[in-house]
Design a protein around this ligand. Structure first.
Ligand SMILES: NC(=O)c1ccc[n+]([C@@H]2O[C@H](COP(=O)([O-])OP(=O)(O)OC[C@H]3O[C@@H](n4cnc5c(N)ncnc54)[C@H](O)[C@@H]3O)[C@@H](O)[C@H]2O)c1
Length: 337
């Protein structure tokens, strides 16, 4: 497949995937409403790949915009990153999350149906497993989501699976991401959270660059080797490559689910220590009580993606840290200059 429509393509994971697709010779059209990203990302993508992606500023909830984008791009498939992702905000404003994520996906799928485009890659999340015990396998039942963000991902998965059952021309790849970190090796694109970061890695790098005073490590009494929580961190470049490989799975109609993780976990303590060792930057940290809803261990069984897509996330943790720091130190204010 050569012509791809990418929703949310100026965001963190989307921008890395667009680079990957352009470098593989695909024609890419991005639709993004810039609610959590910046137009300058397009220039950065062009600097890296030598090609400028087509860009439409628009909202996935706008059916007319989505139909026009599908027709204009002559897309053969859609990679759907657009969504809101802040867990805490989703608890405070659930309607906003269900509207943007669930309703947005419904409108997108209606537009795709109307235009005869029936191949979709969806950004799902390990959160859909709920509080099951790691490692997570794709054939495990969806768990009970602990927040509206996670629930929106599980609902969308159900909708997409039902659509594949109802219309055998549809093929969907639901990619359940674990914890993407790192940045492009050029240092030109990376993760740029607004305000206080929700995730560990951008928090560490913002402390290191002096924008936040210290990191709070929530809980050191978990049943893990060093008492801190364990997560499965993968390089965003490996994740981008996973999308390119997953497009091939869409040749087979039906609903396909893949975990995208490394298959091993690192503790919060290990992450802080490795970052300090690799970058030489101090990360002042304190221990705080456990956060409600945090699980002790989350990591993937990543064997299905390896077996069926020929994909694995092999970038070493040290390289993930180096790339994070190159991006953060070169762009202390992210894309705001
Ligand atoms: N980053 C992670 O740790 C992680 C983990 C699991 C799943 N995901 C999912 O992957 C996807 C991409 O995540 P990301 O980290 O790149 O997030 P991001 O916020 O950087 O990118 C999402 C992009 O979607 C755009 N967007 C949001 N709502 C939109 C709408 N209604 N119409 C058009 N554009 C819209 C935003 O402006 C942004 O550019 C999201 O769906 C997210 O839930 C992310």
């Amino acid at each position: 497949m050569k012509r791809i429509l990418v929703t949310g393509g100026t965001g963190y994971i989307g921008s890395h995937t667009v680079v990957e697709l352009l470098q593989a010779g695909c024609e890419v059209t991005i639709v993004d409403n810039l609610s959590n990203s910046f137009r300058v990302v397009l220039e950065r993508i062009a600097s890296i790949s030598g090609r400028v992606p087509d860009f439409i500023e628009g909202d996935i909830r706008d059916r007319a915009v989505m139909e026009a984008a599908l027709k204009h791009s002559q897309a053969e498939a859609v990679i759907h990153f657009a969504g809101l992702k802040a867990v805490g905000e989703s608890v405070e404003q659930p309607l906003k999350y269900y509207d943007n994520n669930v309703n947005g996906t419904l409108v997108l799928c209606e537009a795709m149906n109307a235009c005869g485009v029936k191949k979709l890659i969806f950004s799902s999340s390990a959160t859909v497993y709920g509080d099951a015990a790691a490692p997570y396998r794709e054939d495990m039942p969806l768990g009970r989501a602990t927040n509206p963000y996670g629930a929106s991902k599980a609902m969308i998965e159900r909708i997409l699976e039902d659509q594949c059952i109802a219309d055998s021309d549809w093929s969907v790849g639901a990619l359940r991401y674990f914890n993407p970190i790192g940045a492009h090796a050029s240092g030109l694109i990376g993760e740029d959270p607004q305000g206080i970061p929700n995730n560990l890695m951008p928090f560490i790098s913002k402390v290191a660059v002096g924008q936040l005073p210290q990191l709070s490590i929530f809980g050191d009494d978990y049943d893990t080797p060093d008492g801190t929580c364990i997560r499965d961190y993968l390089h965003v470049g490996d994740l981008a490559d996973g999308h390119a490989k997953a497009l091939k799975a869409l040749a087979t109609p039906g609903y396909h689910v893949f975990n995208l993780g490394t298959g091993r976990g690192y503790s919060v303590k290990e992450m802080v220590e490795t970052f300090q060792r690799v970058t030489g930057q101090a990360v002042p940290h304190v221990y705080a009580p456990r956060r409600e809803g945090d699980l002790a261990e989350v990591w993937a069984d990543a064997s299905k993606a390896k077996r069926e897509l020929g994909w694995s996330a092999d970038t070493p943790l040290e390289k993930m840290m180096e790339d994070t720091w190159r991006w953060q130190s070169g762009n202390p204010n992210g894309y705001r200059g």
